[in-house]
Design a protein around this ligand. Structure first.
Ligand code: 5GP
Length: 118
């Protein structure tokens, strides 16, 4: 048990908040970002909210991190041409607003030199 309220992503997983879900497995869910910053902007989210960021996930469950990356890769092939940018904002100073680890998958006509804008 935790005394924290469920994260917004846990509420999406529980179908308490609607989302445009594009993939779901036993351990991972993926849906469209509500405020897209690229032609394709998906979030890949472990169903557990035990890990706040990618470093915690890598240390605590590397197989789950590998599933997040593999899911991102196949979704980029399905929704774009297979090329993609994978971003894990880590810490408020880096723009993280939801402290339930998630990968941003950006794809579909990305331009060079925009890396710092998300
Ligand atoms: P962060 O800033 O933590 O790296 O990323 C959080 C992302 O979650 C943001 O890009 C934001 O647009 C997205 N987001 C926040 N709330 C919701 C929501 O209720 N639904 C969806 N689909 N995306 C959300």
């Amino acid at each position: 048990m935790t005394d924290r309220a469920p994260s917004v992503f846990s509420r999406i997983i529980a179908r308490e908040i609607p989302a445009d879900v594009v993939f779901e497995s036993e351990h991972v869910i993926a849906f469209k970002d509500i405020a897209p910053q690229a032609p394709v902007h998906l979030l890949v989210v472990p169903k557990t909210e035990a890990y706040a960021n990618v470093a915690e996930l890598a240390a605590g469950d590397p197989a789950l991190l590998a599933e997040v990356v593999a899911t991102a890769s196949s979704l980029a092939a399905e929704h774009a041409d297979g090329d993609y940018r994978l971003i894990f904002n880590t810490g408020a100073g880096a723009g993280q607003t939801v402290f339930h680890v998630h990968a941003h998958v950006l794809a579909g006509g990305l331009t060079e030199g925009t890396l710092a804008q998300l």
